[in-house]
Design a protein around this ligand. Sequence first.
Ligand SMILES: NC(=O)c1ccc[n+]([C@@H]2O[C@H](COP(=O)([O-])OP(=O)(O)OC[C@H]3O[C@@H](n4cnc5c(N)ncnc54)[C@H](OP(=O)(O)O)[C@@H]3O)[C@@H](O)[C@H]2O)c1
Length: 249
Amino acid sequence: MAWARTNGWSAGPFRGIRDRVVVASKFGIVRKKEDPAFRGICGRPDYVRQSCEASLKRLGVDVIDLYYIHRVDKTIPIEDTMGAMADLAAEGKVRYLGISEAGPATIRRAHAVHPLSALQTEYSLWSRDPEDQLLPLLRELGIGFVPYSPIGRGFLSGAIKSPEHLASDDFRRSQPRLKGDNFKKNSVFVKKLAAVAAAKGALPPNCLWHGCSPRVRTSSHPRNHPAQAPRGECRCCRSGADPGGTRAD
Ligand SMILES: NC(=O)c1ccc[n+]([C@@H]2O[C@H](COP(=O)([O-])OP(=O)(O)OC[C@H]3O[C@@H](n4cnc5c(N)ncnc54)[C@H](OP(=O)(O)O)[C@@H]3O)[C@@H](O)[C@H]2O)c1
């Protein structure tokens, strides 16, 4: 929805193509017009409903296919937030429920209220934390995984040669991994990745496809879409391996 707001979508962007797209949206990060830097978190049931109604209106759809909790509100029980989402599902306003950046205990509690279909969390060659506890839990509970920033916000593509390469207002300039010495240290890693990709006759982002586990799909960026590779064939090594998909995509 942030994209929709920024780009000034008018109601009905999916008119004529609704049956060919999966609409996913999130709620939970609260902003203030008078203070653009402000980021609050809210999971109150009344806010969940209000956010969903507003998204349906802005998107011009009757139902959102996948509706996520963007950030868990630690000031109220997750059961209350999920209860409000379950009500929206029962009313047909959303089809599947998701959660973003939640820990294992919260996922279990949320899933007990209503089945979760997706967890969205950062996952890439430099953010492998989900492998320890989250991915096994998702397999156990049958929840799909949507890895965000699979190309490390563009850095793992090798296209960002120095911090100065980024525009002065690019938020990535404030990311600790892309600052000063960290940038230099991480660039060594990107060069190694580029060498692996070159040996396979591929570009680094294509290799990241294969770096992920078989049931994980990388970003929705058009250049990384599997439709660009022959069906059943890996874009990276043409091995015939199917990169697979998640329940959410
Ligand atoms: N749940 C959350 O809290 C959360 C947090 C962050 C992000 N997200 C979501 O995750 C999604 C992706 O995030 P992200 O933008 O950080 O992902 P990313 O895929 O790691 O990075 C995107 C960047 O990679 C570049 N890129 C993509 N394919 C490339 C290619 N083949 N060659 C060279 N560069 C390539 C893009 O370049 P161009 O600029 O040229 O297109 C863009 O700058 C978004 O939908 C976002 O909303 C979710």
